[in-house]
Design a protein around this ligand. Structure first.
Ligand code: FAD
Length: 389
């Protein structure tokens, strides 16, 4: 398998970039989060601004028009945005995993054709892996691609696909040999732009992660040229899709840190304003115990994400590090959101306060990019491999 792409950034350049992200969040994002979240409205203006800032090419190489950022810097950007509005990062994240699959495993012709359009945001999309009967068990997918001359004909249904409505191109995992054993050998990965035979099914109405579209994608005799097969070799799809998940897990972990940090920030502010028994609740030991745990979890999660991202940037295999970061940071997000609800008391239940959004958004981090049940098993397997008896 191709190694992850190694990248570095000058510390001053990173600081300037993060500063511009902070200013954008303060000026343009914070004022509109509640409106978009409560009304489930796709944030067209923010998406245009993200494209202008180059975020749709954040991890794409500069030779293809991207910013060429290392995973460490990208994770910091994602954490900052997520500490105010996690869902917004979903519009960029799976798009960049699609791009990473092309950059790591695509042919030169595929990189030249697609990457600059992905980087500018002219073509945006995501990752289409999950099916109604196959999420964790990816090798059980049923969507098929059958070769027909210079084309493939694709039939099947994908579900829960982020950016499914607003995106126009998806990295699509299919079976080119449904009878292959082991099953992963029959899997291939395509770049699938919307067109005849490719339609959007239902849009999901969700608990949280509002404003970003999650939809079903239906392929009915959808025909694409063979040149859209990533790497132009059949049978590599499972490795190409799961290879990208290392970066995906670092992404989700960075979002988890952001959620944990945001819930902590809101709780810290509120605990110093809200008074009971004649003093701010932050002065009560019961609340201090919560804040002490929340800040520790947040910082531990941040360090695990940095460790995983640094390993990725060095081009090392980092499924164990990315798994630990994803598992711990997403659980930290969930715990901090719940503790935040308790700190806000009855007001946590009002949509006038932001903490309830964190409580609705956090559980997704424990499910996406491999559930936390699977993460623990991946971590243990790697751990045992690295520590033979
Ligand atoms: C908002 C949202 C956005 C999403 N975006 C995308 C996207 O853009 N692209 C995409 O392809 N998918 C996407 N997904 C799908 C997501 O990746 C899957 O939901 C996830 O992989 C889990 O699969 P599942 O829902 O089928 O659960 P299942 O696989 O049915 O798992 C159910 C439970 O069983 C456990 N379990 C399953 N197998 C095992 C095992 N072998 N050992 C132990 N425990 C096990 C799981 O951990 C889980 O607790 C999204 C989902 C959501 C909710």
């Amino acid at each position: 398998m191709t190694d992850p792409i190694q990248r570095q950034i000058d510390p001053d350049d990173e600081a300037a970039l993060l500063d511009s992200i902070d200013r954008w969040i303060e000026r343009d994002v914070r004022p509109v989060v509640m409106y978009h979240d409560h009304n489930d409205i796709w944030p067209a203006e923010l998406v245009a601004q993200m494209a202008e800032m180059g975020l749709f090419g954040a991890t794409i190489g500069q030779e293809y028009g991207g910013l060429g950022l290392p995973a460490t810097t990208y994770a910091k950007i994602i954490t900052r945005i997520s500490s105010y509005w996690m869902a917004l990062t979903g519009i960029v994240n799976s798009h960049l995993i699609m791009a990473a699959a092309v950059e790591r495993f695509g042919t030169e012709a595929q990189k030249t054709k697609w990457l600059s359009q992905f980087a500018s945001g002219a073509i945006r999309g995501g990752l289409a892996l999950t099916e109604p009967d196959a999420g964790t068990d990816l090798q059980g997918i049923r969507t098929t691609a059958v070769r027909d001359g210079d084309d493939y004909v694709i039939n099947g249904t994908k579900t829960w696909i982020s950016n499914g409505i607003q995106g126009s191109c998806f990295a699509l995992l299919v079976k080119t040999d449904p009878k292959a054993e082991p099953r992963y050998k029959g899997m291939s990965f395509f770049l699938a732009p919307k067109g005849d035979g490719f339609s959007v099914g239902k849009k999901f109405d969700k608990l949280g992660y509002k404003a970003i579209d999650s939809a079903e994608l239906v392929f009915d005799n959808y025909r694409i040229p063979a040149e859209n097969l990533i790497g132009e070799v059949e049978g590599q799809g499972f490795f190409q899709a799961t290879g990208g998940l290392e970066l995906g897990r670092i992404n989700v972990a960075a979002r988890g840190v952001g959620l944990a940090e945001g819930a902590l920030r809101l709780s810290t502010e509120y605990a110093q304003i809200r008074k009971t028994m004649g003093k701010p609740i932050a002065q009560h030991q019961a609340i201090q115990l919560k804040l002490g745990e929340m800040v520790t979890r947040t910082e531990a999660a941040r360090l695990l994400v940095a460790q995983a991202a640094q390993a990725y940037d060095r081009g090392e295999r980092c499924d164990m590090e990315a798994g630990m970061a994803k598992f711990f940071a997403s659980e930290a997000a969930l715990s901090n959101a719940e503790e935040g609800m308790r700190i806000f008391g009855g007001y946590s239940y009002s949509k006038e306060y932001e903490i309830e959004r964190f409580y609705r958004d956090a559980p997704l981090m424990c499910i996406g990019e491999g559930t936390n049940e699977m993460q623990r098993m991946i971590i243990a397997k790697q751990w045992l491999k690295r520590n033979p008896a």
